[in-house]
Design a protein around this ligand. Sequence first.
Ligand SMILES: Cc1cc2nc3c(=O)[nH]c(=O)nc-3n(C[C@H](O)[C@H](O)[C@H](O)COP(=O)(O)O)c2cc1C
Length: 182
Amino acid sequence: MTFLELVNKRHSERAYIENAEIDKNIFLKCLEAARLAPSACNSQPWRFIIVDNLEIKNQIAQTTTTAFLPLNHFTKQASAIVVVVNEGSNLSASVGNVVKDKDFSVMDIGIAVEHFCLQAVEEGLGTCILGWFDEKKIKQILEIPKNKRVELLITLGYPKNDKEKTRRKRKDLEQIYSYNKY
Ligand SMILES: Cc1cc2nc3c(=O)[nH]c(=O)nc-3n(C[C@H](O)[C@H](O)[C@H](O)COP(=O)(O)O)c2cc1C
């Protein structure tokens, strides 16, 4: 697969073969891809908690849904859910955050999460990044310190259907770039 083919293959997978086991070496490869991600001032502000214990995974899945919204009900089928914790910027990135009025750590985590997902796709897994979850409950379940933020979750599992997915529509290329001025 070329890089562009890999990127094209990745999509948000929302139907998994329920609870099929994922080899621990696959997690390690995905973690390695995430570990090599760039970050502001090389801050590396991430920690990945792999939740593959069925009972705990189901508890985490529960925090991603609500009775009233048709959202994230597929998460229970996932074999594992990765909980991505923001460990905070290092000193130089923290100074950068204040001076530039940005939180670079959140950007760093987004990049690392995509590295993780692309490696997972290469391993034949489906992934879905989740931003909608009950952070407080997750922190309780996994004993994450109160001062840390959980930024994203990633569901992982073997896709239920191996049919090629139709890609969710993207803006046309012409809409997203220009040369030399806005
Ligand atoms: C930061 C972020 C948060 C997201 N949160 C959710 C979510 O809570 N539930 C969900 O089903 N998809 C979620 N998604 C997936 C997006 O809906 C999806 O990436 C987008 O629609 C494009 O589709 P594709 O990933 O299949 O290309 C999230 C994606 C990102 C990057």
